[in-house]
Ligand binder design. Structure first.
Ligand SMILES: Nc1nc2c(ncn2[C@@H]2O[C@H](COP(=O)(O)OP(=O)(O)OP(=O)(O)O)[C@@H](O)[C@H]2O)c(=O)[nH]1
Length: 371
């Protein structure tokens, strides 16, 4: 071979190698960039302190960093405990149309026959199988990955990834990366759900299931601040069962507990969803009536009084117990708006309590509103 031809060949080879090297560098840079985005995502979800924050991050960030067209999430919630608690904690599910709940793991279409934890399923979109995981509103993907969310080999849900690119997910593809991502998401979900459950337990009364004092103390400050901002009204009710000691003495402590539960549910039946009912301990309840002025609060209080007094409480053994309540009502006045929130909250509760005291003095089974 001539020297000239040999050197041209070498140059061409060299150029090809350089081009290949440049290609590999670009690929490595792209992989590095994807890894960095995923690390930032991991940090963000690990730091999420509430359920809405976590699912919001998953739905907002994951499609972006993973270049997906749709991401949905199904959580296994056999007794609707997660759903109910989140609802009570104020989660607005309309904000998360891609979040779904399933009663049982076998509804998610994974293969449990081997006894091994289920593996991700990748492949073309099959309307019959996959439509429930990708509600119409999200648009129909062309290839999908259904990734089980596992905690200690237990299925807690499924992360559903969809792409308009038909070749994005194929059955023969490796799943290490998405399984790793799903394991972090599963840990974060489990943590945040447990924390929200604990928060809920800490804010509710175990006997009646209504809120407890801690909740109302906090909510009252929020509502006073909201009422000031919006120049709206806010009323508070103190409700106390009359002669509850005698009821306890005649039907026993267990029967007394049943009376407390029934009274709580009768009070609740008269309230709007935005109102808050709490048991303050013993036989005493407090209600926050959002957006209610004095006269409307007095009307609600009258309904509660009648709702309890008009029908005796029937105990498990069939015994009918006549029960009445006394109610004190107080309403936030415009002149209180310049004082610190805590002072206003204390004053409002004290006024309702004083009105309740007068209702007791005046003969019980009545409503007295603070002037
Ligand atoms: N069954 C039951 N009783 C409770 C509970 N907490 C407090 N009590 C009882 O509630 C009763 C409250 O009695 P008092 O504060 O004297 O008031 P009262 O008998 O309702 O009288 P008035 O409020 O003046 O009408 C006491 O006997 C307490 O033991 C509870 O969780 N369950």
């Amino acid at each position: 071979m001539h020297d000239g031809a040999a050197s041209r060949e070498l140059i061409a080879e060299n150029e090809a190698l350089r081009a290949r090297m440049a290609d590999l560098i670009r690929q490595a840079e792209r992989n590095h960039e994807i890894m960095c985005r995923h690390q930032a995502f991991d940090l963000e979800i690990v730091g999420a302190s509430s359920f809405p924050q976590l699912v919001g991050t998953i739905f907002r960030t994951l499609p972006d960093i993973s270049e997906l067209d749709v991401v949905t999430l199904t959580l296994i919630d056999p007794d609707a405990d997660i759903y109910t608690v989140m609802l009570k904690l104020g989660v607005d599910f309309e904000e998360f149309p891609n979040l779904m709940f399933s009663e049982a793991g076998d509804e998610l279409g994974f293969d449990f026959s081997t006894g091994e934890p289920p593996r991700p399923q990748l492949g073309p979109f099959d309307r019959q199988r996959h439509a429930p995981m990708f509600p119409a509103a999200c648009g129909e993907p062309r290839s999908v990955a259904l990734v089980p969310l596992l905690r200690n080999k237990r299925l807690i849900g499924c992360l559903n990834l969809g792409s308009l690119d038909a070749t994005r997910f194929a059955p023969e593809m490796g799943t290490d990366f998405i399984e790793h991502m799903a394991s972090i998401i599963a840990i974060c979900l489990e943590n945040v759900i447990s924390n929200e459950m604990l928060k809920y337990i800490g804010l509710t009364d175990a006997l009646t299931g209504v809120y407890n004092r801690r909740y109302v103390d906090r909510r009252l400050l929020e509502e006073i601040s909201r009422a000031r901002r919006n120049e709206s009204r806010l009323s508070v009710m103190y409700i106390d069962i009359d002669h509850f000691k005698q009821i306890n003495d005649s039907v026993g402590h267990q029967g007394g507990d049943d009376v407390l539960r029934e009274v709580a549910s009768r009070i609740k039946a008269e309230l709007r969803i935005s109102d808050a009912l709490a048991r303050f301990g013993g036989e005493e309840f407090v209600v926050l009536l959002v957006d209610a002025d004095g006269p409307s609060a007095a009307v609600v209080a009258g309904r509660i009084r009648a709702g309890v007094a008009d029908t005796p409480v029937e105990l498990a053994g069939g015994q009918a117990v006549p029960v009445t309540v006394s109610i004190g009502v107080a309403t936030l006045g415009p002149d209180e708006r310049s004082l610190p929130l805590e002072t206003v909250a204390q004053q409002l509760l004290a006024q309702a309590d004083a009105a309740l005291y007068r209702a007791k003095q005046a003969g019980r089974n009545r409503v007295i509103a603070c002037p």
